[in-house]
Write a protein that binds this ligand. Structure first.
Ligand SMILES: [Zn+2]
Length: 183
């Protein structure tokens, strides 16, 4: 078939999904406070967007403190948060990356191709793989430095995990749900 015939065909599922994703991201930028122009968008903003999307996720990701951590089929409900599945985020980033360049963005300035985004996706994949059924070896972590003179040394685990989240980029995704859970 020739080119004009192709143009008349309805867009493929991938194409319409890509268009929807691009509109969603545009909407996100529009509602961003402070306002954010696409040209000023960085990998960090993309990560912010991905974390924002987690509130709409439907994939249960067990925190390491949950008794069902690593169980592929937990026997009971738990309070762990729902997240976006790694595979959905990965596919989403692929579509947005393509859409960015189709909408005039320079490949070398593509925030969806940023190294930070790649690393984040890999981290989410590993975390969700562990949380949902792959054997997990607990890493030994250094105790955080004793702050404020030590009279409150035995802080709760919740505040400890918040401190770790604040001090380590790599642990953020894992530690946020911990602090939420630790009631
Ligand atoms: Zn759980």
């Amino acid at each position: 078939m020739n080119r004009s015939q192709m143009m008349l065909m309805p867009p493929s599922r991938y194409e319409s999904q890509k268009r929807r994703d691009w509109n969603t991201f545009g909407q996100y930028l529009k509602n961003h406070r402070p306002p954010l122009a696409l040209s000023r968008c960085s990998g960090a903003h993309v990560l912010e967007f991905l974390r924002y999307l987690d509130q709409f996720g439907k994939t249960k990701v067990h925190a390491p403190v949950c008794p069902f951590f690593g169980h592929p089929h937990p026997p009971a409900p738990c309070t762990c948060p729902l997240r976006q599945a790694w595979g959905s985020l990965d596919a989403l980033i692929g579509r947005l990356r393509a859409a960015f360049e189709e909408n005039g963005g320079q490949p070398e300035a593509n925030p969806f191709g940023a190294r930070a985004v790649r690393l984040y996706l890999r981290e989410v994949r590993d975390l969700q793989g562990k949380a949902r059924g792959i054997a997990y070896e607990k890493k030994k972590r250094k105790r955080p430095l004793q702050l404020q003179g030590g009279s409150q040394m035995h802080s709760t685990e919740a505040s400890e995990s918040v401190a770790m989240a604040a001090s380590s980029n790599s642990g953020t995704a894992m530690n946020i749900p911990l602090s939420v859970l630790n009631l």
